[in-house]
Design a protein around this ligand. Structure first.
Ligand SMILES: [Fe+2]
Length: 87
């Protein structure tokens, strides 16, 4: 049965985060890059708090500013922003 609802719970975020990290680890990336992928995976749907439409775009901007406020370097937060924005 389709209720027109897609699951965006913490469970979903955890799964995406783990898989993103696993993929980069399996490809041989360093541990920090693997961690950035995990962060991007965990934050990738944050734009849904603005609107479902174009949530990747709004999520990229939101995540960039949150990570900036948390003190992440511009290089790392830009990587995460671009990972979230990719269609
Ligand atoms: Fe998602």
């Amino acid at each position: 049965m389709d209720f027109g609802y897609t699951e965006h719970s913490y469970r979903h975020l955890g799964i995406v985060s783990k898989r993103a990290g696993d993929i980069l680890r399996d490809l041989g990336y360093d541990e920090r890059t693997v961690e950035l992928a995990r962060i991007a995976g965990y934050m990738h749907d944050i734009g849904n708090c603005v609107n479902r439409v174009d949530h990747a775009h709004s999520g990229a901007i939101l995540s960039y500013n949150i990570l900036k406020d948390m003190g992440m370097s511009v290089e790392e937060r830009t990587e995460i922003m671009m990972a979230i924005r990719k269609p």
